[in-house]
Ligand binder design. Sequence first.
Ligand code: GLU
Length: 562
Amino acid sequence: MLDYQKLAELLFPHVTALPEDMEAAFPKRELPEGAKVTRFAPSPTGFVHFGGLFPTTVAERLAHQSGGVLYLRIEDTDAKREVPGAAEGLIKTLATYGIEFDEGAVIGEDGCICDKGIYGPYKQSLRANIYQTYAKQLVREGKAYPCFTTEEELEELHSIDKKAEIKNTDWQAEAEARRAEMLARRQITMEEVEENLAKGNPFVLRILADGDPEKKIKFTDLVKGNMEIPENDEDFVLLKSDGIPTYHFAHAVDDHLMGTTHVIRGEEWLPSLAKHLQLFRYLGFKTPKYMHIAQIMRLDENGNKKKLSKRDMGANMDDYTRLGYCPEAVCEYVMTLLNSNYEEWRMQNPDKSYKDFPFNIKKMSSSGCLFDFNKLNDVSKNVISTMSADDVTDKVTSWALKFDEDFGKLLASDREFAKQIFAIGRGGKKPRKDLATWADAKSYMGFFYDEIFALEDSYDEKYDRADIKATLEGFLKSFDVSDDSNVWFDKIKAVGEALGYTPNMKEYKADPTAFKGNIADISMFIRVAVTGKLNSPDMYSVMQILGRDRVVARIENMINSL
Ligand code: GLU
């Protein structure tokens, strides 16, 4: 039997603090009854993934809806994978999508990451002494032991495990053999420890697992429901040879000390859950509630469900910015995916913020949500249709200045003109829903600008060119930009009628053969000449905004080209 006290001192002579010191340094939070403390705990290895915004939105809603706290912890224990600037990028991107942290790693005035709150440091790489205090305690209690291995050995083991994972029987046998070899190292003697330390050999600290995989732990995940998972018997690594913890160990210590009530994370962590439950038990910590959020799925070309992978369009949140989706629309879409009753609520509460929605864990889907750009576009059109013309003008302009500079400059050169255009069909009960993204603006209203105007659509062959010409000439003869819309339209009707195109749709439907066409054809002749398109916003408004000269010039050009 090892003298655990002695072993702990040998391994961690520099660690003088005790767990009680940590408990005192990180006091329990004083929060109202039922308040939830949640966190986003990214590894700063890249961009925010759509699948990451998901759990984070849940964490944000649950915390803020309950008067609790949402904090950000940077899990940077794997220095090799760290990408410089990733943490700052994550913070900024999430802020764009309505995720404001009350506490944790924040961007300071100097643009660098700093701590806000008393539970820091919020960067795991700065908490080594805290983890080691608990590691030492586990050694004292005979729950963890050193395993003298070289980095190379560890890497080799890891790669064998990986190969075994892909169900290669030979590798599975190899992995078993290596594991047995590792297990034999449980029996390390004090002399061996001393000898290794004297030689300066590095060690990893392993948990002394007490589980029996034949036995099951009953567990309730707040999203997945009741489950039974095999106990853990793997002596997994707690501290790596540089004294830095693994995710498993670090998250248990941090979530405990930082008072996390709900751990909300991707379901890829479910297979590690038995380890985590074991850790909380060994450390004497209350286990937080867990919510494992299903992976986001997408449909591939053949209509099969696939995981939305990092390389898929829509995975990187920066894609949305570039494509011109407004964050409000993306948030709205995320909410429709997260809670099955969200859309119904939205219909009843069209003017409220999504943050007023009573988010309910029970209404979450336990299997993967399906990501779909068409649905996102529909949601987005609705969201944009409720914005004011001022808002839309500013947002389209600032997007375009970044991603379509020439167009942006055109918009910015006369804001009032752009605003008048975006005001068409806005407000009222049934607002127009033309824009799903800011990028859609150019094709929707670019024709207002002579620099962009082009004949995108042409007249169908079936129309008599002479009729088109006569319509345009007739229109020009009587066109007065100061006419009100009724007078303006009556004049157009009269032009058509004189050419045998009835203004009366009822009459036309009753006997189409009695006419050359109807008022819709006449309007279309004018529309194509003025806008270059078969579809456009209300023609009267278009002409009012374009002004007399531009309308006349475009119609004359068309006449000359026929
Ligand atoms: N650092 C882990 C990750 O990026 C966090 C998982 C968790 O939320 O606990 O996946």
